[in-house]
Design a protein around this ligand. Sequence first.
Ligand SMILES: Nc1ncnc2c1ncn2[C@@H]1O[C@H](COP(=O)(O)OP(=O)(O)OP(=O)(O)O)[C@@H](O)[C@H]1O
Ligand SMILES: [Mg+2]
Length: 379
Amino acid sequence: MKMSRPYEGIRYTSEKQVVVLDIGSTYTKFGYAGEGTPRGIVRTEVKCPDTKQMRKIYKYIDTDDLYQLLVEFFHVIFFRHVVITPKDVKVLILESLLTPSKFRDTMAKVLFRHFEIGSLMILPTHLVTISTLGWDTALVLDVGYQDATLIPIYKGVPVLKAWQSLPLASEAIHERIKNDMKEAIPEVELTERVIEDIKVRTCFVTTLERSKKLGADDAPAPPPSVKYPGLKTIEIPGYVRERSYELLWERDADNLSIPTMVLDAILKCSIMIRHELAGNILLIGGTTMAKGFAARLKSELTSLVASDLYSNKLKIPHFKFHTAPCKPNYTAWLGGAIFGITDLPSRCITKDTYLKTNRIPDWVNLIDNQKELGSNYGV
Ligand SMILES: Nc1ncnc2c1ncn2[C@@H]1O[C@H](COP(=O)(O)OP(=O)(O)OP(=O)(O)O)[C@@H](O)[C@H]1O
Ligand SMILES: [Mg+2]
């Protein structure tokens, strides 16, 4: 009889499980399909063997570099975090609208050729997210680390012509806090992690009324400054706490901001579905968890739709937000965990098919959405 290898017990107990991964630009959420919360959330980075510095996966130099980074990253994910032998397992990955093809192609190559996984399903974040609502229409706005991206989903179909994206998310907020803190306390150099911690613990989204007065002569008194402990206790001025999120609402030279993204997306959709979309807004991504975010977005939308910029194009009396059954930073993961227990053969590529064709279907490519080609992808 063949001797079983020590890790085979792990395989045996989790043979039917589907590993669900949402690989965000800063945080990766991992766990199993059918579960209500991810098993964990880790940073999307690996330790460089030469410099011993942490390297972000998305800051790769070229595809060879990305291949190495992903091998290292998935090794840690599978063996240290998910604790599963990847050979022959089913993997479901959520991808953003902006994921470059070379990223998904390299990722598939690493998973199939290096880790020899059994099958791979890549699904779009915004689409899977609405399965957490039990409802098929929503305007999904994801504000994470790098970008704010938005796609309306109508009756389960993404309205791709209305998609929007702007680099208005945590990365830009961190940059602002860093600059403000450099001015306030030039002698202290803050790392990205400390800035993130300062943001989450001390900063908040102020109200529209207060924001209009910031910087004016009759500006309201700033909120109190707070002490942030560390090697050296530093003081976070009240104005830094209040202004850090303002760049999300300030319109740039092209009049673009998060509220204009929402209204522009609604405008690009058919007039028949505009009210329904405005009444079903779903906020996902860690940045939307900031205190006051949803309330500010609602007042910005109500005021903007009545302004000269939109009043003659769009008539929307109410904007309503959904509350997903979990925290916004892992709603997309939960959507994937729900999809993972359903049978979606047309979206699933098996190892045999990949090794024959050497490519993975693209969900926005018409060629991959034609029925007769389904047989190429393991249907
Ligand atoms: N309670 C909170 N308040 C404010 N910000 C938060 C909170 N929780 C998480 N964040 C921020 O959310 C960001 C991460 O969000 P998320 O996990 O959605 O990003 P991501 O998926 O890695 O990025 P992306 O989707 O842009 O690729 C971090 O910058 C984090 O600081
Ligand atoms: Mg994300």
